[in-house]
Design a protein around this ligand. Structure first.
Ligand code: HPA
Ligand code: ZN
Length: 328
């Protein structure tokens, strides 16, 4: 684990791409398992962490879904959310829009209301203590049937818990965004904001589909959009934010090493780049760790970091007033 710097070292960042289940730390996995009398297929935290050597997105997802077995009660989701929000606040995050995968829990018998109640309690408690704000974006598992996604959305809306948006995640290749056009239409009608993972492993065509067929406002990752000059022009002209994730890209081998992260290329093309942690418990660090590593690798100036912070605020789903108060 890395230590967080004092919040004042950083300009105020919004974190827009973090899977709350991807903040589940090995120590918490063991604590929750012990408390429930669950036996894990690993003898120790160290042995579990030995398995955190990924070759691609799927090799990560297999472990990510398997570790969720310890998340069962409202209190577990509270513990998860509260730990992330405290750590994010310590690292200079003032607002987080947290992804959650309700389908991954529903298939283990855990209702949407249990998940959302725990997370909302965490937002209220840690928000009250630290001032950090947060909202929830429920994600569709794109490698599960479309009907499951539709049912998940209906059940989430039925809970009455506030949800800011709908996203699209899990295994990308072979599962184009267009499959979920109907679900995203329904979410838009219900007043949700729309985002989608696209162009992480999948082709630039999936980014076009996310924009033109789903009508999303942000693209999560979007690395492969850079292969298509006309798509880059579209993203730049429409100021569509990309929520990019440097540590994730290196760990899932989207890029070979951090110096290959296309930060300067994307900024030079006029894209709205935001930096995020994706699954920090699995990929080697939280948002501030990603930012420090980028600053070192690309010799970022304080002004460039401040501009990344302002872009993250502008790209958030906060109100215009809230954004103005955060300096964007
Ligand atoms: N990509 C797609 N799905 C995910 C990810 C990711 O990086 N993390 C958690 N679910
Ligand atoms: Zn992600």
């Amino acid at each position: 684990m890395t230590t967080a710097p004092a919040a004042k070292e950083n300009p105020p960042f919004c974190e827009l791409h973090v899977h709350i289940e991807g903040t589940l730390e090995p120590a918490t996995i063991f604590e929750l398992a012990r408390a429930k009398g669950l036996t894990l297929p690993y003898a120790s935290e160290e042995e579990l962490q030995q398995a955190y050597r990924f070759t691609d997105l799927q090799s990560f997802l297999d472990l990510y879904y398997d570790n969720m077995r310890v998340l069962q009660t409202e209190d577990d989701f509270f513990t998860l959310g509260a730990a992330y929000l405290r750590r994010a606040h310590a690292g200079g995050v003032v607002h987080a829009e947290m992804f959650v995968d309700p389908q991954a829990h529903a298939k283990r018998g855990i209702p949407e209301a249990v998940v959302l109640a725990g997370l909302h309690r965490a937002i209220a408690e840690v928000g009250g203590q630290t001032g950090i704000t947060a909202s929830i974006i429920v994600c569709v598992l794109r490698d599960d049937p479309v009907e499951d996604a539709a049912r998940m959305l209906d059940r989430v809306l039925d809970t009455g818990f506030a949800v800011t948006g709908l996203g699209l995640d899990s295994a990308e290749v072979g599962y184009p965004p267009s499959l979920f056009a109907g679900v995203f239409d329904r979410a838009r009608d219900a007043g949700l904001r729309l985002v989608a993972h696209a162009g992480e492993e999948g082709p630039a065509d999936y980014v076009w589909e996310a924009l033109d067929i789903l009508g999303v406002e942000r693209i999560d990752h979007g690395n492969r959009a850079l292969e298509d000059p006309s798509l880059v022009a579209r993203l730049a002209a429409d100021r569509v934010p990309l929520t990019m994730c440097p540590f994730s890209n290196t760990r899932l081998r989207v890029i070979r090493e951090l110096s290959d992260f296309p930060l300067r290329r994307a900024l030079d093309a006029g894209l709205q780049v935001t930096i995020n942690s994706d699954d920090p418990a699995y990929f080697g660090g939280y948002l501030d760790d990603n930012l420090r590593a980028l600053a070192r690798t690309f010799s970022l100036t304080a002004d460039e970091l401040a501009e990344l912070a302002r872009t993250s605020v502008r790209a958030s789903f906060l109100s215009t007033d809230q954004k103005r108060r955060l300096g964007a």
